[in-house]
Design a protein around this ligand. Structure first.
Ligand SMILES: Cc1cc2nc3c(=O)[nH]c(=O)nc-3n(C[C@H](O)[C@H](O)[C@H](O)COP(=O)(O)O)c2cc1C
Length: 213
């Protein structure tokens, strides 16, 4: 599966890609993802986002450091360890790809998503003004056959590292970070629990089965 202009196909196969070829991401493809990001909604249509493309060797070095810091946090939290070469289980394959992404983090182009902080609203609410942009970016990447992985690298110790390297002003929050590249391997389908298992109807824990029958 490569490119697709079918929205339902794109949404249901926009699986995280962590393994990339050495082919660089061209400006036109990246620019289309960024254009799509700007079509997202934001509170009062403020569009107080700034996207920072990180691809110089200096920025990539900061990204690699941030990735290493995130990995050190993630490993014990998820009980991850580097799998044996002969282990072909789903968990081992997933962990192997995750380690590869973090180990090679300095080789890829990525984008930092920031949003201006206003003290009138919770950070979660303000996050709601930038995460739709990130999702649009991910879907535009998938539609063009570009692989992407949302990361936690702008959090934990990586937040200070990336703030410093990029020069992000204090009144901008680091909302998230996405690595992009041409995939090695195939796209999705995504594996998710059905909506019926996650939806209530007219009250907490009231089953919504009627809705889905
Ligand atoms: C907020 C957020 C942070 C994430 N951070 C990382 C990360 O640091 N490293 C990584 O390999 N994947 C990261 N992911 C990717 C998730 O692991 C992935 O989206 C999830 O497991 C679903 O996998 P799928 O997209 O292949 O279905 C992150 C995803 C989100 C939404």
């Amino acid at each position: 599966m490569g490119r697709s202009d079918d929205l339902w196909d794109v949404m249901s196969t926009a699986r995280t890609v962590r393994r990339f070829t050495d082919e660089p991401v061209d400006d036109a493809t990246l620019a289309r993802c960024l254009d799509a990001a700007t079509w997202a909604p934001s509170g009062a249509n403020m569009q107080a986002w700034r996207f920072v493309v990180l691809r110089s060797s200096e920025m990539r070095a900061a990204v690699a450091d941030a990735a290493a810091q995130a990995l050190a946090i993630i490993e014990p939290v998820y009980g991850m360890s580097r799998p044996d070469d002969e282990d072909d289980s789903r968990a081992a394959r997933s962990n192997r790809a995750t380690y590869e992404l973090h180990d090679r983090a300095g080789e890829f182009t990525s984008v930092l998503f920031t949003y201006q902080y206003f003290d009138s609203a919770s950070e979660l609410l303000q996050g709601g003004s930038v995460y739709p942009a990130m999702q649009n970016f991910l879907l535009a990447a998938r539609a063009q056959g570009l692989g992407a992985c949302m990361t936690s690298w702008a959090s934990y110790g990586g937040e200070a590292l990336l703030r410093e390297a990029v020069g992000v002003p204090d009144d901008f929050m680091l909302a998230g970070h996405i690595v992009v590249g041409w995939p090695r391997g195939n796209f999705g389908p995504v594996r998710r629990k059905p909506a019926r298992a996650k939806t209530f109807l007219d009250g907490w824990e009231h089953p919504a089965d009627d809705l889905f029958d």
